[in-house]
Write a protein that binds this ligand. Structure first.
Ligand SMILES: Cc1ncc(COP(=O)(O)O)c(C=O)c1O
Length: 395
């Protein structure tokens, strides 16, 4: 038995040791529990286990010891009482949002969100009688003006992908708290190393753990963290949606998250160096990265983020054709969706979003034809810059 608390250590240390006592044996590497069902001692015990929120030793749709273990590590990093580790980022966001709203309620969301969150609020919620108002996330007055007596939920996401626009989390949380409205923040791009929305007053924090938390482009998972009573309600929704993560993905996430602080250092170093290089490049007209002093919300970024991460976007001269030629000539970053893994990725958002959302929605989100989104990986900084430089010669 240990006679000390891990609270005395920093997050980069706790991430490695905090969950040790969740293993009944003494294995240093986490065990993986593939079992879908656990036996009960009696009928009464069965009833207790089957109804207890977040019980991880009844049936795998309710929880699993490996899943609980990664949930505990992320809850600690986010400064939350509890977390539910979900099958995907969208599983986490949908379970959280559907826990809070019912038919007849109103939701405030941003004009720009991750594509499927946009779909959730613009196409799905209205089908179930939930009214949604979307606002420009840069304008706190717009959030205030959109709130109605029946508003139950405010959904935010910062920095938003691919335009890297920020939301002032404390200002939104203050507005919501004063009115008893629940706030849900998608913190995927900032990561729990870069930003902790709960400390700023946000109620529920979600991540696509597929991204930086997993970090290796080899698992699909999500998480939602918050106060325990709220997470217990999200868990209840999740038992209906079947939104819990699989044990193996939970185990991969436990393995990945151990190096998150280290990886974020390199992602941020690469993101910053690339942003600074491109900002001076004659073939680039604009760079969107919160770590650049030229970012219109750089002061806000410094206030609510501890590092600026590896995600950035930039506009290549020559519009759609310029963007296409640039991507075709890159040697290192792979043209693939997703972000947050060790390998650098690029996408051409106007091609990707344009095929999936109506043109007016794409335009409203600031996605121009020459815009490139890049998720800087952990390759050597000089190699990435020289590759970008040679690819730009073809534009
Ligand atoms: C910011 C953000 N939120 C949520 C999601 C959804 O995550 P998942 O694919 O794990 O469902 C993504 C996926 O790209 C994302 O980028």
């Amino acid at each position: 038995m240990r006679n000390f608390s891990f609270d005395e250590f920093g997050p980069g240390t706790r991430i490695l040791h905090l969950d040790r006592d969740m293993d009944p044996g003494t294995a240093v590497g986490p065990a993986i529990y593939q079992s879908v069902t656990h036996y009960a001692e009696s009928g009464e015990d069965f009833v207790v286990k089957s109804t207890e929120p977040l019980n991880d030793q009844f049936y795998a749709r309710h929880g699993n010891p490996t899943t609980s273990r990664i949930a505990r590590v992320i809850a600690d990093l986010e400064g939350a009482e509890a977390a539910l580790f979900a099958s995907s980022g969208m599983g986490a966001i949908t379970a959280a949002a559907l826990t809070v709203v019912s038919a007849g309620d109103h939701v405030v969301a941003q004009t720009s969100h991750y594509i499927h969150t946009t779909k959730l609020v613009t196409q799905y919620m209205p089908r179930f009688g939930v009214n949604v108002t979307q606002v420009d996330q840069r304008d706190i007055g717009a959030f205030e003006a959109a709130i109605r007596p029946d508003t139950k939920l405010i959904i935010v996401e910062t920095p938003v992908n691919p335009t890297m626009v920020l939301t002032d989390l404390k200002a939104v949380a203050d507005l919501a708290r004063a009115r008893g409205i629940i706030t849900l923040c998608d913190n995927t791009v900032a990561t729990p190393i870069g930003s902790n929305p709960i400390a700023l007053g946000i109620d529920l924090v979600a991540h696509s753990a597929t991204k930086y938390i997993g970090g290796h482009h080899d698992l699909l998972a999500g998480v939602v963290c918050g106060r325990r009573p709220l997470i217990e309600k999200v868990w209840d929704t999740s038992t209906i949606l079947g939104a819990i993560a699989a044990p193996f993905n939970s185990w991969l996430a436990l393995r990945g998250i151990r190096t998150l602080p280290l990886r974020m250092e390199r992602h941020s170093q690469n993101g910053q160096a690339i942003a600074e290089f491109l900002e001076k490049h004659p073939k680039i007209t604009k760079v969107n990265y919160p770590g650049l002093p030229s970012h219109p919300q750089h002061e806000l970024a410094k206030r609510q983020m501890r590092c600026f991460g590896g995600l950035l976007s930039y506009e290549v001269k020559g519009g759609y054709e310029g963007g296409r030629r640039f991507i075709q000539n890159l040697k290192l970053p792979v043209n693939a969706g997703s972000l947050g893994g060790i390998d650098s990725l690029v996408i051409h958002p106007s091609a990707m979003w344009g095929g999936r959302l109506p043109p007016e929605v794409v335009e409203k989100q600031g996605i121009t034809p020459g815009l490139i989104r890049m998720a800087a990986g952990i390759e050597e900084t000089a190699d990435l810059i020289s590759d970008l430089s040679q690819a730009l010669e073809h534009v």
